[in-house]
Design a protein around this ligand. Structure first.
Ligand SMILES: NC(=O)c1ccc[n+]([C@@H]2O[C@H](COP(=O)([O-])OP(=O)(O)OC[C@H]3O[C@@H](n4cnc5c(N)ncnc54)[C@H](OP(=O)(O)O)[C@@H]3O)[C@@H](O)[C@H]2O)c1
Length: 289
């Protein structure tokens, strides 16, 4: 599917893969609707794009009413949507009991329920187009359940199931479904500092730049692919290893366990910090943390 003149709604567009994708798709002539919790980040991304082809929507994908508002704003301004990219996620990790019950709920809402809500509300609009696409950004954690990632992996395994099921359900219709599996990508969810700590603990994690992941994602959309791993050539083997060599995964998990524990701690600290610093309207629950 060519991106020129398509209207693309992308969640989590204020940074990382989402922002890089917005830049890449905009270069190919698409109109972007940038969705996220932090207006200033969305506006920073929007400023670098042609002003007549970008729109900013402040919404929390865990908050159904803010998504309904966004849908109305998007329809009023754009009239239609060609591609929905469910990309936003939060990286709560660690031992299950290190997380609060509320954090388990919030993580699952952002990483799984939000994409289902958004698909539920945008699918009728996608069905009106002659050609449309639903893109779900999962993770290799949707194939490989590493230790200290239980809540994140649960969300991503769930999103993978949702996406693959939707793909089969919509086969032959005008809506094509693409499931994307990022490996390690250099973003705020996976920073050089986090990777340096992993290395100290015996695990080397090689991350590719967000711009490379975005280019791979755009190429997969243009080629109407159903599945893409965003990462290096060796990352592309991960789904097969998970399926056919679970013993290798067990061994890998054991070796990586100390690094995974530290990675999860840093990632959760970041997710908590981000949530506490939200303006009240975008995250009313954050006040209770
Ligand atoms: N980086 C990696 O190594 C990696 C690996 C595997 C999978 N992934 C997946 O790739 C996707 C993008 O991740 P990333 O690495 O680009 O992470 P990132 O840099 O942390 O970006 C995530 C974006 O999501 C937004 N967001 C978070 N919670 C939200 C919510 N409740 N509602 C709306 N927006 C929300 C954040 O902006 P606000 O805070 O302003 O809302 C942020 O812009 C995610 O699905 C992630 O799970 C990443």
């Amino acid at each position: 599917m060519k991106l020129r003149d398509r209207v693309i709604v992308i969640t989590g567009a204020g940074g990382g893969i989402g922002a890089a994708f917005a830049r890449c798709a905009s270069n190919d002539g698409a109109a972007l609707v940038l969705v996220g919790r932090r207006r200033e980040n969305l506006e920073r991304v929007a400023q670098a794009l042609p002003s007549d082809r970008v729109m900013v929507c402040v919404a929390d994908v865990a908050d159904y009413s803010s998504l309904v508002r966004s849908r109305e704003e998007i329809l009023a301004k754009k009239g239609h949507v060609d591609i929905l990219v469910n990309n936003a996620a939060v990286g709560y990790g660690g031992r299950l009991t290190d997380l609060s019950a509320e954090e388990i709920e919030y993580s699952t809402k952002v990483n799984l329920v939000g994409p289902m809500w958004l698909t539920h509300m945008f699918l009728p609009l996608l069905r009106e187009r002659s050609e449309a696409m639903l893109v779900n950004v999962v993770s290799l954690s949707g194939y490989l359940a590493m230790p200290f990632q239980s809540v994140y992996a649960a969300g991503k395994f769930g999103l993978r199931g949702f996406s693959e099921s939707m793909s089969r359900e919509l086969k032959g219709s005008n809506v094509h479904v693409l499931t994307a599996y990022p490996a390690a990508i250099d973003t705020e969810m996976n920073t050089p500092e986090m990777r340096a700590r992993c290395l100290e603990l015996g695990t080397r994690v090689s991350a590719i730049p967000a711009s490379t992941a975005a280019t791979q994602l755009v190429r997969a959309i243009e080629r109407n692919r159903s599945m893409v791993v965003l990462g290096s050539a060796s990352d592309r083997l991960a789904p097969m290893i998970a399926r056919f060599a679970p013993r290798i995964v067990d061994k890998l998990a054991e070796k990586m366990s100390p690094a995974m524990s530290e990675f999860a701690r840093l990632s959760t600290d970041w997710a908590r910090h981000q949530r506490r610093s939200l303006p009240p309207r975008a995250g009313s629950v954050a006040k209770e943390l």
